[in-house]
Design a protein around this ligand. Structure first.
Ligand code: ADP
Length: 621
């Protein structure tokens, strides 16, 4: 019996056999009971009935003898013969239904007595014919009546014998039925108990391997892939266990190989990270240090063992960098970078801190990588360059002033009259000196801002005040150029936090550019809007526009559009200065433009709380 199916079938078959045994016993017993009752009725009751009928027939025969002897011989004889036939009919039934001991003797006795009774009647007839009625009656009383009584006694005995047998049969039937009841009851109880224990035993036996399999499955689910079931049956559960064991073995092999690969990859990545020449630190979402490299240890003078799991600020004591990292998370940008001065080991460094956010499986944040790119040398070079430009520009200023002054005096003919050719040359010198002065002024302004030497004085101002102040000086020039210039601000706007001078400089630059690149009939508008704690200021014109390929670098230094239609009218530094100023205000600046449609420059400033609710306050440099 190998399969579970055959085992279950065997149990069912055993139960069916038990039920069949109980059923057969019950049927056999019922059958024998019904047979006993049948016998009771058919054998004994038939004999009792026959005996009663014989007794009735002999009574009538006896009456017929008396009728024959004393009243009417013919009718008496006929009645005698009729009842004789009746008697014999019941006698034959009785004779063929002998069932009890002693019954045969009684039948033979009845037969002998009845035969004698008939022969005595024959003799009585002879006496009646030969001697008359009285002798016949005497013969009857003397000879026939005793025989008649004997027959009746025998018939009574026969009836009694059968009645007794009937009672005996009834008793034995009752006894049989009682025994059958007990037997069937006993068998049913045995079958019930046997069936219960058989099914309980077999259910337990079949299910115990499943319980052990479930137990092993739970351990595997909890991660212990080293588990195997010890079920060794050959049935379906045994096969299932075998397949399960194979599966866990494969899983274990897979896990071991995947883990091995993972470790290998991790070690590789670790080696790469460790050997990166720039300091690198990996943080978790609570800004605790998860990993750092050798360069980080060196530059920040820390040890990995003491820093792992500690807060970032314990490794890099620089609140500005930490603010930049935490603000990078809220901005939801993948990478951001910014240059910070850092002091370590009495040395000044400049680091371009590059922040990369790492997303987990559920696309939520799982970590932060901060790389500290050492740009100290670049910064130093830039400083040298800025200082150099500043010095050169400064050195240019004095001779330029003398040139401008000299040419001015010459042009005014203070030193004598000039011919037209001389005037033409001096005018050219004046124009070039003008352009050079502008360049020097812009360069000085830019180097001042870039080097951080420019001081900002942040205060709260109504934005329309700044705009009005910036637009005013251009009305005349605009009118001259036949360009319509106007400004509009949303009503009830919050004040902005700004350096009045610098933002005026920004607006001047943008408006003067707009005027430079517009023609008669064009329009320039300056507008302001408030949204999300910011004020958006836009300078828009309907001028020549900027080609698309320039838009991405229009705020870079020395970038100028030169498409031939317009002669270059500036230094290419104005927008670079503008961007530096807006950056210092923690704002953004952008440009939208289409050729022959116009350009629009928008920058943002931080909106302050309303003046009527808070006192005006100054913001330090
Ligand atoms: P510049 O002193 O040459 O104007 P800017 O940095 O201010 O230098 O501008 C850079 C270039 O951007 C300009 O040369 C010009 O080609 C383009 N530009 C700036 N503003 C506008 C404008 N409103 N319309 C068209 N072109 C513009």
């Amino acid at each position: 019996m190998k399969t579970l199916k055959s085992k279950i079938s065997f149990v069912y078959l055993s139960l069916v056999v038990l039920i069949a045994a109980v059923g057969t016993t019950a049927v056999v017993n019922l059958f024998s009971l019904s047979k006993a009752i049948d016998n009771l009725l058919s054998a004994n009751y038939k004999s009792i009935q026959a005996a009663a009928n014989m007794a009735e027939a002999i009574e009538r025969q006896d009456s017929a003898v008396l009728i024959y002897s004393s009243i009417d011989p013919t009718s008496g004889k006929n009645q005698f013969i009729e009842n004789n036939d009746e008697f014999l009919k019941w006698f034959n039934i009785c004779a063929s239904n002998i069932t009890e001991t002693g019954e045969k003797g009684l039948i033979e006795q009845i037969k002998t007595s009845h035969d004698k009774y008939i022969s005595l009647f024959m003799k009585l007839q002879e006496i009646a014919i030969s001697s008359g009625k009285q002798p016949a009656l005497d013969f009857y009383n003397k000879e026939m009546l005793p025989d008649f009584d004997e027959i009746k006694t025998s018939l009574k005995q026969l009836s009694l014998l059968n009645e007794k047998a009937m009672f005996n049969s009834k008793y034995s039937a009752t006894e049989n039925s009682r025994k059958s009841t007990y037997l069937v009851l006993g068998l049913s109880i045995t079958a019930m108990i046997g069936g219960y224990f058989l099914s309980r035993y077999s259910t337990n036996k079949f299910l115990s391997p499943i319980a052990s399999l479930i137990q092993t499955m739970k351990l595997v689910k909890a991660g212990d892939l080293n588990q195997q079931t010890d079920i060794d049956t050959k049935d379906e559960i045994g096969q299932l266990a075998m397949e399960f064991n194979k599966m866990t073995k494969r899983l274990l092999q897979y896990e071991q190989s995947a883990l091995g690969k993972l470790f290998e990859e991790k070690n590789k990545s670790l080696a790469i990270v460790k050997n990166i020449s720039d300091p690198l630190v990996v943080l978790d979402t609570d800004y605790r240090i998860v990993l750092l490299n050798d360069a980080f240890e060196r530059v920040f003078n820390v040890r990995e063992e003491t820093l792992i799991n500690r807060h970032f600020l314990e490794g890099v004591r620089n609140g500005e960098i930490f603010d930049f990292i935490s603000s990078s998370l809220s901005l939801n940008e993948e990478t951001r970078h910014k240059i910070f001065p850092v002091q370590s080991d009495n040395q000044n460094y400049y680091f371009n801190v590059i922040i990369t956010t790492v997303k987990g499986n559920d696309s939520g944040l799982s970590g932060i990588i901060a790389v500290f790119q050492n740009v100290t040398q670049l910064k130093e070079l830039e400083k040298i360059r800025t200082d150099f430009i500043a010095t050169i520009s400064h050195e240019f200023k004095t001779p330029l002033t003398s040139i401008m002054m000299g040419t001015g005096i010459l042009m005014d003919e203070g030193l004598g009259n000039l011919n037209s050719e001389q005037k033409h040359f001096i005018k050219a010198i004046q124009e070039d000196s003008d352009r050079l002065t502008n360049l020097v002024t812009d360069l000085l302004e830019l180097t001042r801002i870039e080097s951080g030497r420019a001081a900002y004085k942040f205060q709260e101002y109504a934005v329309d005040d700044i705009i009005e102040c910036a637009v005013k000086p251009f009305y005349q020039l605009a009118e001259l150029n036949e360009v319509n210039i106007y400004f509009q601000c949303d009503e009830d706007m919050r004040p902005v936090i700004a350096d009045f001078q610098k933002i005026t400089y920004v607006l001047n630059n943008l408006i003067s550019n707009a005027l430079k690149y517009t023609n008669a009939g064009d329009e320039i508008s300056v507008s302001a809007k408030e949204k999300d704690d910011k004020v958006f200021v836009t300078v828009k014109d309907t001028g020549v526009g900027i080609p698309e390929e320039y838009l991405s670098r229009i705020f870079d230094k020395f970038v100028q559009v030169n498409d031939g239609d317009f002669e270059v009218r500036g230094t290419g530094l104005g927008l670079a200065v503008v961007k530096e100023i807006i950056d210092a205000h923690q704002g953004q600046i952008g440009c939208e433009s289409r050729l022959d449609v116009g350009s629009s420059f928008t920058f943002t400033l931080r909106a302050a709380e309303r003046k009527d609710r808070y006192e005006e306050k100054g913001f330090g440099d």
